[in-house]
Design a protein around this ligand. Structure first.
Ligand SMILES: Nc1ncnc2c1ncn2[C@@H]1O[C@H](COP(=O)(O)OP(=O)(O)OP(=O)(O)O)[C@@H](O)[C@H]1O
Length: 300
């Protein structure tokens, strides 16, 4: 496996607040990674550090094989960590020409990248006439102009309507299918499930889980769960054939998942009953526990 980004024991403090704590993970070439966590869990801070816009406190990170400086490595990184910002009275094409000049990229890339994001037929329209979704797609086209090794996106579907969300997710998948590595931050489990192959789950700056998305919840084993609608959750688990050994102790429910279950089926089950989990811990083995925090996954 070819490493794109390796993060080792990274910590970031803002005064007395620890935004990222002792975080380690590796991004390998060709995969789609999500950093998943509720607001304030340290996602943007982590992205900011590896993109050199936020200073780390302690720990380390290295791009690629570690033989390139961060400054040089970032020339092979496309990133969108802010709201798309282009000249409003210039067309999409004119805006991208400016980006090409700054990045030293040939204009011939413009049509190619506008095509990737489905904006080729709108390239003569002024940026200010674009919808939010189109603005985000233009930002993606812009980030792709120099054919980056990795595309980094912070909350790529925030504020978009369902159609806009669907389009952006599909575009990300299309880009990934061409071999570009993707790293996106999201507070939506749904987004990570639909788009990502791998995930790093953060809560209050601490890594709770990292690994494949499909292994996050799908394999059978013991779970600890908590929800406000306590009784409903108990009833659901007790009557559902795929759960056994359901117990309640000190407000914490434990259950055994008899058969593998996809994360989306699991969430649908909870969602249909109106149950919002505040805590879900999967006990993979008795000694090694893997934690998942799904607190705000269904609020949107
Ligand atoms: N420049 C800063 N100064 C002080 N505190 C900060 C600064 N930037 C972030 N923080 C704090 O660090 C913590 C992590 O913030 P961060 O933005 O990384 O979280 P996040 O997971 O990206 O959440 P969100 O989706 O809300 O941006 C938060 O408590 C935030 O208030």
């Amino acid at each position: 496996m070819e490493p794109i980004l390796t993060i080792n024991n990274l910590t970031k403090k803002f005064g007395s607040l620890t935004a990222v704590k002792d975080l380690s993970f590796t991004i390998n070439k060709g995969n789609v990674y999500g950093i998943l966590g509720p607001n304030g869990s340290g996602k943007s801070t982590t992205l900011g550090i590896v993109l050199n816009v936020v200073n780390k406190s302690t720990g380390d990170f290295q791009w690629f094989d570690g033989n390139t400086t961060t400054h040089d490595a970032l020339k092979q990184v496309g990133a969108i960590i802010e709201r798309p910002n282009f000249y409003p009275y210039m067309t999409a094409e004119q805006n991208l020409k400016l980006v090409c000049k700054i990045k030293g990229v040939d204009y011939s890339k413009i049509d190619e990248k506008l095509n990737v994001v489905g904006l080729l037929d709108r390239k003569d329209h002024k940026f200010k006439t674009y919808s939010l979704g189109m603005k985000q797609r233009l930002a993606i086209a812009s980030a792709l102009l120099n054919d980056p090794e990795i595309l980094i996106l912070d909350e790529p579907t925030n504020g978009l309507d369902p159609q806009g969300i669907h389009q952006i997710r599909q575009i990300i998948k299309d880009i990934a299918a061409t071999g570009t590595t993707i790293l996106l931050a999201s507070h939506l489990l749904d987004e990570v499930e639909k788009v990502c192959s791998h995930v790093v789950v953060l809560r209050q700056g601490v890594k709770l889980y990292s690994g494949r998305v499909d292994e996050m919840i799908s394999s059978h084993g013991f779970f600890e769960l908590k929800a406000e609608k306590h009784q409903e959750l108990l009833d659901l688990l007790e009557t559902h054939s795929n759960f056994g050994n359901v117990k309640l102790e000190d407000g914490l429910i434990t259950a055994f998942l008899n058969e593998p279950m996809s994360a989306s089926d699991f969430n649908k089950l909870m969602f249909d009953k109106g149950i919002l989990l505040s805590h879900l811990v999967k006990r993979k083995e008795s000694l090694e526990e893997q934690f998942l925090q799904l607190t705000d996954n269904q609020e949107n």
